[in-house]
Write a protein that binds this ligand. Structure first.
Ligand SMILES: [Cu+2]
Length: 105
């Protein structure tokens, strides 16, 4: 499962204990004018995805049943990756915003 950080420190702690911190990376995605950039990223379990929203409106990174991260305007939001797979995600407010997160074990 991929959890929002806000679901609880327990999930985040479990991920941190399971993965050596030296290997965990933070992968940054920028949102500019309703576009995720880069649109396709590759991460490993334990990595942190950080979205930076440069727009003046809120966006989300939402993969139904997997994760739903709200990124307020001019703010960042993060997700700790805890499950391998390919996750196509969109913004709930702007369905044309599409991106893909590929997670390796
Ligand atoms: Cu949006």
């Amino acid at each position: 499962m991929i959890h929002k950080l806000s679901l609880g420190a327990v999930c985040g702690l479990a991920v941190m204990l399971a993965v050596p911190s030296a290997q965990a990376e933070t992968i940054r995605i920028t949102i500019d004018k309703l576009v995720f950039s880069p649109a396709e990223i590759s991460a490993a379990v334990g990595d942190v995805i950080e979205w930076q929203n440069n727009d003046v409106m809120a966006h989300t990174a939402t993969a139904k049943g997997e994760f739903d991260v709200v990124i307020p305007p001019k703010k960042t939001a993060t997700l700790t990756v805890s499950k391998a797979g390919t996750f196509d995600y969109t913004c709930r407010f702007h369905p044309n915003m599409k991106a893909r997160l590929q997670v390796r074990q």
